[in-house]
Design a protein around this ligand. Sequence first.
Ligand code: 13P
Length: 346
Amino acid sequence: MDGVINMNELIKIAQALVADDKGLLAMDESTPTANKRFAAAGIPQTVEARRAYRELLITTPRLGESISGAILYDETIRQQTKAGVSFVDALKQAGIIPGIKVDLGAKPLAGFPGEKVTEGLDGLRERLTEYKQLGARFAKWRAVIAIGAVGPEQLPSTGCLEANMYALARYAALCQEVGLVPIVEPEVLMEGDHTLDRCFAVTQQGLTMLFTQLYTQRVRLEGLLLKPNMVLAGKGSFEQNTVEQVADATVTCLLRSVPPAVAGIAFLSGGQSPEQASSHLNAMHSQFTGKLPWLLTFSFARAIQQPALDIWKGQDANVAAAQQALFYRASSNRAARQGQYQAKRT
Ligand code: 13P
């Protein structure tokens, strides 16, 4: 490992992931998370059911018209379609760039009750090298930041923010060394009854700390994508915000904290309904056309997949209808990037 970075290659991949009004399909649920979603939909929690579901997603006709990249998981990047084509090759044939989630999950942070730090730095260089050989061209690492309180202390703590942002920066530097574009995902969670203003303040603080750490670890921003939360009131909040208010708060927060050199910004959906997530992205584009220094797109999991999963129910007979629902959500988000999305149910 000589540590020489081919920036041109990284920049090309990063730019391709946010080009042509397309966005990313996050399908990198860990096995426990995939099983949880399957259990809720009454689907058996087996390796074969997970494989079949991922094949359904990847082989959706014309998915590449609105999806630039798909984020796989360790189990999935090694799997194949029933016809024996590796998922990586199937994605490439569809014009979709394969990526991989590389963090090992959020674990309790010692000394900070109620807070978590994402693990996975040990041995990461070797794992990234293997994923690159398997065909991945970009990677993802998710940190989770909870808003709340433990006794008199307000969360998140500085200790939690620092630990997570440092890990994200170390991960990003390793990705660039190996030749993978890092997607850095510092997710401020929607759980809780906090206001939109509180989410704004925490998101701004987190992003500011993240970019300080990325600078300190010598990460090149032109070869990196940010995957942030939108700025929203907590799920349990009584506050009602309009789509326009959410779009305004989100873009204002990003303008204050994300350097223009970043190759692009791709939002997570975080528990919003598919329609909400698309409407918010749409409003950001219609309200801020010409005023954004970076390309803004989507990297949704639940907000793209949920309708398809609900239709599939683990049954072969439902595959085509589930694929249509996936295609519809993916194209809706592409329309949102053009400011042309109109919310309606599938
Ligand atoms: P959601 O869009 O469901 O929040 O998932 C995005 C993601 O990749 C979480 O890491």
